[in-house]
Write a protein that binds this ligand. Structure first.
Ligand code: FE
Ligand code: FE
Length: 198
């Protein structure tokens, strides 16, 4: 059952993605499955979200905006300024339509892998992090982030968001409010955890 489903996703991704992005996708799947096992989340459902997270990544900006409108996705000023960010929310709708995926947790993990949100589920955090630390990723600090993510998902997420927000600001791009909310939320979770152990 899973093997056939996965083959279906893979065949479609091969059509939609460049070779490099296809390889990235398999790396995200591999890391996401490892993090799912470590955190007691269902492997195949997490693998589904990981495999399909960039399903809409190579659509032109105009098409992302058109699909967002068709699906009734609210295009806020940050999405307007950086339509590429819509590839998460648009992919969540497309895979529902194209594969009949109705698993809300899988869809939400695909939807929020671009900007995050406050109150992310474990699966959402796994896909967000796996996207950032898959084996082909190479940026200063990636090894430390890999180690942190394996050790503590929330600590890894906080570090990942800090990195993303910093980098976005550094490039003078608009930061999505959901990313700031996700950061503040994880900061609070971290403080509460530290408090508990003291
Ligand atoms: Fe993506
Ligand atoms: Fe990705």
């Amino acid at each position: 059952m899973w093997t056939e489903q996965r083959e279906r996703y893979i065949a479609s991704l091969r059509q939609r993605l460049s070779n490099a992005r296809f390889a990235h996708t398999l790396g995200v799947e591999q890391v996401a499955v490892d993090l799912a096992v470590r955190n007691g989340v269902d492997m195949h459902r997490t693998a589904t979200a990981a495999l399909l997270h960039d399903y809409a990544k190579e659509l032109p900006k105009a098409e992302l905006l058109a699909l967002a409108e068709r699906f009734g996705i609210a295009v806020d000023p940050v999405y307007q300024a950086s339509p590429g960010l819509l590839h998460g929310p648009v992919a969540a709708r497309l895979v529902q339509q194209d594969f009949g995926i109705s698993d809300a947790e899988v869809l939400v993990a695909i939807c929020n892998h671009t900007v995050g949100r406050a109150g992310m589920t474990t699966m959402e955090k796994i896909v967000y992090l796996a996207d950032m630390i898959e084996p082909m990723r190479d940026f200063p600090g990636v090894e430390a982030l890999r180690a942190l993510a394996r050790q503590d998902l929330d600590a890894g997420m906080l570090a990942a968001l800090e990195q993303t927000v910093r980098y976005t600001m550094h490039r003078r791009l608009a930061v999505h409010p959901q990313s700031v909310e996700a950061y503040n939320d994880l900061l609070k979770i971290g403080k509460e955890k530290n408090h508990e152990t003291v």
